[in-house]
Design a binder for this molecule. Sequence first.
Ligand code: HPA
Length: 253
Amino acid sequence: MRTGIMGGTGFYSIFDDPEIIRMETPYGQVDVHRAKVGASEVFFLPRHDKDHRLPPHRINYRANVCALSLCRTDRIVAVNTVGSMNRGIPVGDLVVPHDFIDLTLPAPTFHDDGAFHVDMSDPLCPEIRAALISSASASHGKAHVHDGVYAATHGPRLETPAEIRMLSAHADVVGMTMAPECILAREKGICYASLCLVANMAAGLQKKLSAREITSNMSYFRDSAGKMILDAVKAIPADRNCGCRDAFLNARL
Ligand code: HPA
């Protein structure tokens, strides 16, 4: 079994002594950290690169997902930092989204030419979600683990209160990175799900919002995030019994 892990804000490494592999993709070069976890070969990729060098709108999503595909991973477990738009989901809680709204640009796709319309009826892999929900519920003290809808904004700016009022009618958390990655993984036939770490209440739901506060609130998860992710990787069943692969097989017109 080969599994990819996509690390987010505050999450730039996960293994003590990984082998670093430089992957050449048609979209650019990517360094992937390889290590063994249980029976799995695991490939970790920090999406913002070392020291958070890349803001969300400059992440090379296609190179990242393509690199994990070239490593022959068939699952990606992601970690994403989010703001909560739902007063029932406070800072410090965890969300394993079951659906999303994508407002990012440009359209995330590997298929700029030709008609390729990947099915997104069940966008987040139910098998990875189940593994994440059980590892997060077991590991994270008093914090709650929620289902939810993720709204992806383009960034890099944070949202206005009016944007959050509009989005909160249809979604629970807001971030900038999960949706493009999930769509591209699906186009490659790779299962994808995310553990979202709630670092702030979204604009208008708390007095002021600063990037510094978001990153400093990541300390809530510093001790638990790596363990939750690696436990989830170990809990994913070896054989894929979800429908994620079919979405990709039936996409071409
Ligand atoms: N908005 C968008 N992205 C985010 C936020 C937010 O409030 N918090 C963490 N990532």
